[in-house]
Design a protein around this ligand. Structure first.
Ligand code: OXD
Ligand code: MN
Length: 642
């Protein structure tokens, strides 16, 4: 029976045209949010084009020069208080706080629903509620999951269209009885009442008062990484032997790319924290001695997959169809293939998914031709006759202005425009993951690259991956960031550690794991390693080590290459031989304090955070194997630094 609502006939008849199994939910949400109208997003480009035009007419979007960027490329500015993820408002709602664990903010589901019901009540008055299908993983992947996001933001719809395989959504949803549900409203953009909430048991998320991608694009972090992460945990816990098919087993915050050596391809997953080079490494170009080898792109943020029956390796896909990249620092030097995608958009992609949507860069008006500029792009600040420039706040500025582009300014673009996108990107089986790189941002301690002596040691180091703050989330401090996934592990971190420890039992040929750190600094604070294209030289050293060609040296933090294993001839910024030798080994002083720091960190995982634990979930015991590895690390450090 249709529940009693006060919805208009027009809204009722729109809802009645949805697949039967989702009507009650949409009706209930519409009844609470009270939109003026409900519109179903069909997946066809013409409807999105209409929304883009409406956003342009309202002034929310500025159309950029078609001759420069191709069709349907836009510029938007966000509210100045809504430019990044907000971790302290990101909440996992479970009956038992242990299920959320000590790193997540936690709430009782009923209480959180009560609070949200008040905030969502009438939040869409005067607005349209869009019903948007999405698919995580390429639509024909065996791991594809379709879901529905309700949103009152046409901007979010246009972003989802470029990112989330929206065109295929309804086809899959028709057949999928249980579907993930996300309700989003940009509300009033109030910082105080901003919530990004997850109800794993209900496969439901509610997010309000933000229009920023990481808080508002459901299929990305909210569902794609967090809730599918829980499914992957449950599936892998169920799995008793490698050839058992349990569905998706692994979701990680990893870029996916490969190096094509001509006679062989090696696929890498790169788990680096936000703004630590995932997009760069996935879309860069190898240089120097590696220039002859092609780097191919598969994804830049999230992977999902499982062990392949009879093969024993992990096969993964990029779960997204687009990129939500940071523009500051985007350049031919850092990620040439992204720049090529912007310079040479493919007409068939612009006609379908659309062109890039830039947010919060400098807007440049050159005699009516509108384009964008961002810092560290390799291009001088635009000036001259007929050129007017506006910062991300909309103020007219010149080159001397302090405030230009926002440091977390983003571009959303369909991945199909990236010229070195590999055809296996949409392979329904995924691609084998040969190497997992786990990285952080560590100015003193971590070597350029290291490889643990055993799987358990690798998991221990990854759990203790250290990273310094970036602008991708509000108010970050230096912290340990397990597998670069700390903001996105939506369950107890002890279970996450156990899941990683168990990988070889379920995946007989797991990827080789290396730790990397491109960010060592000298005493004046300058980066020592060239980074960017030079990083592929480091990966080549990893491949040689895997092939048994080079014998690496023992250090407490793992095996590390000797200086002669990394060819540094012709580097652009000339890391010297001496500097290379320095960053190839862990810094001894930093190592000494690291033992105590790690001990403190593991104790926090087991007993709760020492500071800021209020409002978080509850801890539980860490697997003993992690403590055993810690003891072994402690001993090695004592010997090394004696
Ligand atoms: C992202 C992030 O936007 O990790 O991908 O913050
Ligand atoms: Mn990310």
């Amino acid at each position: 029976m249709t529940p009693q609502t006060t919805l208009s006939d027009a809204i009722e008849s729109t809802i009645a045209s949805l697949p039967q199994h989702m009507q009650d939910w949409v009706r209930k949400e519409a009844d609470l949010c009270k939109p003026d109208s409900v519109e179903i997003i069909t997946g066809k480009a013409d409807q999105i084009i209409r929304l883009e035009n409406e956003l342009e007419t309202s002034g929310a979007y500025t159309r950029l020069d078609e001759d420069v960027y191709g069709k349907r490329c836009f510029y938007a500015r966000s509210d100045k208080n809504d430019v990044a993820r907000v971790e302290e408002r990101t909440v996992i709602c479970t009956e038992d706080p242990v299920d959320a664990g000590p790193l997540n903010f936690w709430a009782n589901p009923e209480e959180m629903h009560g609070k949200l019901d008040k905030l969502f009540d009438g939040t869409m008055k005067g607005r349209t509620m869009y019903v948007v299908p999405f698919v995580t993983n390429p639509a024909d992947s065996q791991f594809a999951t379709a879901g529905v996001q309700l949103t009152d933001s046409a901007n979010v719809v246009c972003n989802l269209y470029r990112m989330s395989n929206l065109q295929d959504g309804w086809r899959i949803l028709e057949k999928q009885a249980r579907f993930p549900r996300i309700t989003h409203s940009y509300g009033t953009l109030s910082k105080e009442d901003r919530w990004i909430t997850h109800f794993p048991k209900e496969l439901y998320c509610r997010t309000i008062n933000s229009d920023y991608g990481g808080n508002a694009l459901g299929p990305k972090k909210i569902f794609g990484l967090r809730l599918v992460g829980i499914q992957a945990l449950e599936n892998s816990q169920k799995k008793s032997q490698p050839d058992e098919d349990v569905g998706i087993e692994l979701v990680e915050h990893m870029a996916l790319f490969g190096i094509d050596y001509g006679d062989r391809r090696v696929q890498f997953g790169a788990a680096f924290p936000s703004m630590c080079g995932k997009t760069n490494i996935a879309t860069g170009v190898a240089e120097g001695p590696m220039a002859q080898y092609k780097v191919f792109t598969l994804g830049d943020d999230i992977i999902g997959g499982a062990t392949k029956k009879g093969d024993g390796r992990l096969y993964v896909n990029n779960i997204e169809a687009g990129m939500f990249g940071v523009t500051r620092g985007m350049s031919d030097f850092a990620n040439k293939m992204l720049m090529e995608a912007l310079r040479n958009p493919k007409p068939e992609v612009q006609d379908c998914e659309g062109g890039p949507i830039f947010t919060n860069q400098v807007l440049v008006d050159n005699n009516g031709s509108k384009r964008v500029w961002w810092s560290e792009s390799g291009e001088d600040f635009p000036q001259g006759d007929g050129i007017t420039t506006y910062n991300w706040l909309g103020e007219q500025i010149d080159a001397s202005a302090e405030e230009k582009d926002q440091k977390n300014a983003r571009v959303t673009m369909p991945i199909r425009n990236v010229p070195n996108l590999d055809s296996d990107y949409s392979n329904s089986d995924g691609v084998p993951l040969d190497v997992a790189l786990i990285g952080g941002r560590s100015s003193k301690l971590h070597p350029l690259i290291s490889r643990a002596r055993s799987w358990n040691e690798a998991v221990y180091h990854a759990l203790c991956q250290f990273s310094e703050p970036t602008a991708a989330a509000v108010g970050q401090k230096p912290r340990y960031d397990p597998m670069a996934n700390r903001p996105f592990i939506a369950f107890n971190v002890s279970d996450y550690a156990q899941k990683w420890l168990d990988i070889p039992k379920k995946t007989p040929k797991p990827p080789a794991v290396f730790s990397v750190n491109w960010f060592r600094r000298d005493d004046d604070g300058n980066f020592i390693w060239d980074g960017f294209g030079a990083n592929y030289r480091v990966l080549d050293a990893a491949v040689r080590q895997l092939d048994g060609k080079d014998a690496w040296l023992e250090t407490p933090i793992g095996l590390v290459p000797k200086p002669e294993h990394i060819d540094i001839s012709g580097l652009k910024y000339t890391t010297t031989n001496e500097q290379l030798a320095e960053i190839l080994v862990p810094n001894k002083e930093a190592l000494k304090s690291e033992v105590a720091n790690r001990e403190g960190w593991l104790n926090e995982l087991e007993n709760g955070l020492e500071t800021g634990s209020e409002g978080r979930g509850a801890p539980k015991k860490l697997p003993q194997a992690i403590w055993d590895e810690h003891e072994a690390f402690k001993k090695r450090v004592e010997e090394y630094t004696a």
